[in-house]
Design a protein around this ligand. Structure first.
Ligand SMILES: Nc1ncnc2c1ncn2[C@@H]1O[C@H](COP(=O)(O)OP(=O)(O)OP(=O)(O)O)[C@@H](O)[C@H]1O
Ligand SMILES: [Mg+2]
Length: 457
């Protein structure tokens, strides 16, 4: 038995409903005008249109090294807009999300965390012309010889390979490294392989569709590829995209760990030294100059960035002036407040020179209609059925307190309905959870009332 088990039809995927799962994009039309309700987005038109322009410039590669501040009161959709920007940019543009608080750790310097995040946001598309041997294996003759230290064991010494394409046939002889790779990758007659002429790296591409073996295989057990075309030895272009951080790690690994890790097995330090980064930058710049690589600056989004301190801000400011930088978006819900780590007050708690260098997108409080629409969208997303009166009540609560509170109450009300074996949320559910749970204002009032009785430490 192959151990294959069929699942009953209608098996559903485990679905998670996060706070922003309903956001599918910025909801703009082709002229970058916001449609009131689209892509899960409601209202907040000005901020969405501004974000649309930003996305367009990012896509055209015009915005690298810029700073964008998303500012507005809590729950007005700053994080939602950043999520929408990521969706609009698509999978090819790196988008890294970080919270201001994440840079503080006992193990790593905060500038290091930021540096790594910045380098993860820069994609390098590398085009590489390689000389390769490529073809279907017609015959393969591996010569074995005794192991020099263990004559009882036989190891592959060399191989004679005949490769075939639709045009020609060619026989090559190769040493032990290729012979070993052939065995390790289980290559046999009828497989299509590719060998890098310079490095000898071998890839088993799959079974040739022309070979009789391809008919023997069970469905799905091997990849089928057509027999290659043209000559066996040829120039081929490879395109792959890495981030600067991937390249840093590769170089760091190539250079090996410290002596300490060699002798004592100490875990390698996670920090990548500045000279590794400098050499990667150098290499990338050379490739770009030669037309072998293209840079795709992505987006670094730092949520709750009022949690950054003066050091982090100055690091960011300096990093934005270097050549290989992403677009940085900072979100904050603070007004005029102290910059962390100083006694200086400033808008958003950001240093003035940084604000000076940025463009600012403001989000505004929602009106009642928008709140109602967002609640409706959330109800669909969470698969909650809700009656008209219950929705009206939630909208009212939302406009009196906050959108986020109303969104929270929606899930709680649905839980309350479920506990009463009802599938639809009614007014009484909203009323009940509204009484059981309090909003920020209610909590503050309670704390003031019982100030004396509550413990302080
Ligand atoms: N315009 C909008 N359209 C649809 N949903 C929205 C919109 N604005 C906000 N939301 C949703 O409302 C909730 C609160 O918004 P969000 O978390 O984006 O606020 P925020 O401005 O980041 O708040 P904070 O300052 O507290 O971080 C989220 O579930 C979000 O997806
Ligand atoms: Mg947020």
């Amino acid at each position: 038995m192959a151990g294959i088990r069929e699942l009953p039809s209608g098996v559903s995927r485990f679905e998670r409903v996060g706070a922003h799962t309903h956001i599918k994009g910025l909801g703009l039309d082709e002229n970058l005008k916001a449609v009131k309700i689209k892509d899960g987005m409601v209202g907040q038109e000005r901020a969405r249109e501004a974000a649309g322009l930003v996305v367009q410039m990012i896509k055209q590669g015009k915005l690298s090294g810029r700073l964008i501040i998303l500012a507005g009161p809590p729950g007005t959709g700053k994080t939602a807009i950043a999520v929408a920007i990521a969706r609009e940019l698509g999978a090819n543009v790196p988008f890294i999300q970080l919270s201001g608080g994440e840079i503080y750790s006992t193990e790593r310097k905060k500038t290091e965390v930021l540096m790594e995040a910045i380098r993860k946001c820069i994609g390098v598309e590398i085009h590489e012309q390689r000389e390769v041997y490529e073809g279907e294996v017609k015959s393969m003759d591996v010569k074995l010889s005794p192991h020099p230290y263990n004559p009882y064991q036989r190891i592959p010494e060399s191989v004679r390979l005949t490769l075939k394409t639709t045009k020609e046939e060619r026989t090559i002889e190769a040493g032990s490294s290729i012979a070993q790779q052939l065995i390790a990758q289980n290559v046999s007659e009828g497989d299509v392989i590719q060998i890098d002429a310079e490095t000898g790296r071998l890839v088993n591409l799959g079974v040739s569709t022309e070979h009789s073996k391809s008919k023997l295989y069970e469905v799905g057990s091997a990849r089928r590829v057509p027999r290659p075309d043209g000559p066996v030895k040829k120039e081929k272009e490879f395109v792959y995209t890495l981030t600067l951080h991937d390249m840093d790690e590769m170089v760091a690994r190539r250079r090996g760990g410290s002596l300490l890790s060699l002798f004592f097995g100490a875990s390698e330090s996670r920090e990548i030294s500045p000279d590794i980064r400098a050499s990667v930058d150098q290499e990338v710049k050379e490739m770009v100059d030669q037309g072998r690589a293209f840079i795709h600056p992505g987006v670094l989004f730092i949520d709750d960035s009022h949690l950054l301190d003066l050091e982090a801000f100055s690091f960011l400011g300096r990093a934005l002036e270097s050549e290989l930088v992403p677009i940085v978006i900072l979100a904050t819900n603070r007004g005029v407040t102290k910059i962390r780590g100083t006694d200086v007050e400033s808008p958003f708690g950001f240093p003035l020179d940084l604000i000076d260098r940025s463009v600012i997108i403001m989000t505004e409080e929602y009106d009642k209609d928008s709140i109602r629409e967002i609640l409706k969208i959330r109800a669909v997303e969470e698969k909650v059925e809700i009656s008209e009166e219950a929705l009206e009540k939630l909208t009212e609560l939302g406009s009196k307190t906050s959108l986020r509170y109303a969104v929270q109450l929606l899930s709680l009300a649905s839980q309350n309905a479920a506990s009463k074996q009802r599938s639809k949320v009614e007014l009484e559910d909203v009323d009940r959870v509204g009484k059981l749970f309090v909003d920020v204002g209610g909590a503050a009032e309670y704390l003031r009332k019982y100030e004396e009785k509550l413990l302080k430490h």
